[in-house]
Design a protein around this ligand. Structure first.
Ligand SMILES: [Zn+2]
Length: 341
């Protein structure tokens, strides 16, 4: 990326240390968090009473984080694992981890801007809703208005970089979204901002925004904590844990085809370059130490081979005793009983 003097620093961690990379550490924390667990179990039980596609989604969600996707191997023994996720829109684990991943990608970019005293501000924009508006309608309206807003001349002339997160709190009638931006550029007067947002909402076919529909403030705390605010998990787990099937259906429909988090092109490119570079050097270090990653299912297919057997048995030892992996351990145990492992 030109224009921003970005220090090259490593973000992704090494394969040899699966708990060290920020995202894996965050994953372990989120999968064990009782609030996220309660939310996931509630969503699964609601969807299980729905139609065929919803039952299938619930089945996918049940396995989220409970199956190893890749095994970390050194000297024919498992030293760690990465888990597979379901990537369902209503999965609180996946949404929280996606947000954590995006924060991790963007952090070095924003830290560098912060270090060279670029002006960073946080904008919050929402759409005024009338009684009886449905959540899917609100999502469509917000999405269209955001599209117009980020392409408008006033926005482009004031903002040289941005990241946008969406939050979807549960209010009286269901889940209704609003958006938060982290922007690099002049701090606008709220009146000017309201004007630009009002034009965007009108062009998107929505009603006149009120002064409460926009908020703008200069960044006063460090980028790490501000990223937690702007690129947060779109849902609160406690909201999901109490929503009924109708509200979840509306939310699923509203979130469809929409990106809860977006970056401007230059920040995305820069974050992508840094990420790739960090991955390359982590890979080189792994190679030097003889650490590699192997897919779990590939290993299962090769389980007749001695080296694959050894790896699977050492994996069983690691997973044994963790209730979340009961099914996987049972599968590995029956494999060894049948002489496969
Ligand atoms: Zn999931």
């Amino acid at each position: 990326m030109s224009g921003h003097p970005i220090r090259r620093k490593l973000v992704p961690g090494r394969t040899s240390d699966p708990v060290n990379p920020d995202i894996e550490r965050e994953a372990r924390r989120i999968f064990k968090d009782p609030q996220y667990r309660a939310a996931s179990e509630h969503v699964i039980s609601q969807l299980s009473t729905g139609h065929f596609a919803e039952i299938a989604r619930a089945a996918d969600m049940k396995l989220c984080g409970r199956r190893p996707a890749a095994i970390i191997v050194k000297d024919n023994a498992a030293t760690g694992y990465f888990t597979a996720r379901c990537h369902q829109r209503l999965c609180p684990y996946c949404q929280a981890l996606n947000a954590a991943e995006q924060r991790m990608r963007l952090l070095p970019v924003v830290e560098e801007l912060w270090a060279v005293d670029k002006q960073l501000s946080v904008l919050t924009v929402s759409i005024p809703l009338e009684h009886g508006d449905s959540p899917p309608f609100a999502f469509r309206l917000l999405d269209n208005a955001l599209h117009v807003f980020t392409r408008s001349t006033p926005f482009k002339s004031c903002v040289s970089g941005w990241a946008r997160g969406m939050e979807v709190p549960h209010v009286s009638d269901g889940f209704f979204p609003f958006a938060r931006f982290l922007v690099e550029g002049e701090l606008w007067q709220v009146a000017g901002l309201l004007h630009c947002w009002a034009d965007s909402v009108r062009l998107a076919g929505g009603p006149e925004p009120t002064p409460q529909s926009v908020n703008c403030g200069e960044l006063s705390v460090a980028p790490c904590s501000i990223l937690h605010q702007v690129l947060a998990c779109p849902f609160k787990p406690e909201d999901l844990a109490t929503a009924d099937l109708a509200a979840l259906r509306d939310l699923q429909l509203g979130m469809r085809w929409r990106h809860p988090i977006e970056f401007c092109l230059s920040w995305r490119r820069c974050a992508g370059e840094l990420h790739e570079e960090a991955q390359r050097s982590a890979q080189l270090e792994d190679e030097a130490e003889g650490v590699r990653q192997i897919g779990f299912y590939k290993l299962m297919q090769q389980s007749q081979r001695l080296d694959a057997k050894a790896i699977l048995l050492s994996l069983r030892e690691i997973l044994e005793g963790d209730d979340d992996f009961r099914e996987v351990v049972a599968m590995l145990r029956s494999g060894s009983k049948a002489g496969l492992l």
